[in-house]
Design a protein around this ligand. Sequence first.
Ligand SMILES: NC(=O)c1ccc[n+]([C@@H]2O[C@H](COP(=O)([O-])OP(=O)(O)OC[C@H]3O[C@@H](n4cnc5c(N)ncnc54)[C@H](OP(=O)(O)O)[C@@H]3O)[C@@H](O)[C@H]2O)c1
Length: 418
Amino acid sequence: MSVCSSFNALKLHPPKAQCFERLLFTQFITNFQVTSSPIVSFHHLHSSNNLKGNKQKWKMIKASSTSLVEAPKKALFRAKNPRDINVLVVGSTGYIGKFVTKELMKRGFNVIAIARERSGIRGKVGREETLDMLSGASVCFSDVANLDVLEKSLGNLDVRIDVVVSCLASRNGGVKDSWLIDYEATKNSLLAGKKFGAAHFVLLSAICVQKPLLEFQRAKLKFEAELIEEAEKDSGFTYSIVRPTAFFKSLGGQVELVKDGKPYVMFGDGKLCACKPISEQDLASFISDCVLSEDTINQVLPIGGPGQGLTPLEQGEILFKLLGKEPKFLKVPIEIMDFAIGVLDFLVKIFPSLEDAAEFGKIGRYYAAESMLILDPETGEYSSEKTPSYGTDTLEEFFQKVIREGMAGQELGEQTIF
Ligand SMILES: NC(=O)c1ccc[n+]([C@@H]2O[C@H](COP(=O)([O-])OP(=O)(O)OC[C@H]3O[C@@H](n4cnc5c(N)ncnc54)[C@H](OP(=O)(O)O)[C@@H]3O)[C@@H](O)[C@H]2O)c1
């Protein structure tokens, strides 16, 4: 996979510049990583400590020997016990995907987790570590970006798939990668899943697609539309589209800075870009509910965490209170970003290779100004009240944890403009 060298200007900063980056893009909700080469080999592997249990499970749920595609009456999977239901998870190694995989296993489903041989941010996680991390699932190393390879991998497993759960997302947020992963690879998972019998598809999308101004949002929306169309064409097939608000990891970037005495930085008056943050575990639980719950069939489901929406100003106040410090805010005019975007848009006309850098600027601007809440298309207003809540984990608890333990496990990725 190509490495976008234009990212380097944003990514390899000395500590001071990193601070500036965080300050400048404080409300940014995406993460970027330059990915490693796609894996073209595929193997059905079990982590050794689960081999026995898995083998027994697989025996029960193997596809009929006559045809893999001849799944039993499709929607019937809902009447089965989770231990007889095969769930294919793509994006199983991501921030949310890991939790979803574990939650599904906890609920007793047979989970087939698709992974790359080098997974995680910047491909830092090797095969053994991936097997360890997803222990209990049947890990299948394959390439979601290549339909033929993915289908062959699933064919080799010789199992029926009942449900596909996609937690795929571009790790670098660039224009081409977004289309490759958020659209194409996700579509491949739908096609391959259906080929092997999938009757339901649960998609992790994002609430921000309500106001699509960015390439990754357009890519996600295109897939959402095709998924809905698929269910309209095929009465035995259903979907649940989950559109969460901000993740905790996207809001923790300033905790350690503020702890070190820096001001809390926000754009405008600090009341732009409110959200109802949701934890990985709560979201994983919500997504797992969608596998069997009849209430979520053929629904687009915006979802946030517990409580009211929080503006950056309120998030900062929570943080200062927890730290027992006098609030100290730095308000940055949003126009600063408009200027930077203008420059990048101009430069991209001369240097097309700056396409992604220009896109990142727009992403930064978007998340600095737009709330991650339900949007009323008539008034253009965001509403905290209309944004459904789920789960129990609060941002305050998350901040407390980061104050104690740091941001380990909450890394945003290689290219963080948050
Ligand atoms: N951040 C937020 O606050 C927020 C809020 C709402 C919604 N969302 C949405 O939530 C979704 C998931 O986010 P996340 O943070 O869990 O994502 P993530 O940690 O970046 O994980 C992305 C997953 O996709 C896989 N992937 C990416 N590129 C791939 C490629 N070329 N080939 C194969 N697999 C590839 C990754 O595999 P590897 O491990 O192999 O790279 C990983 O499993 C995104 O759609 C995002 O827009 C995010």
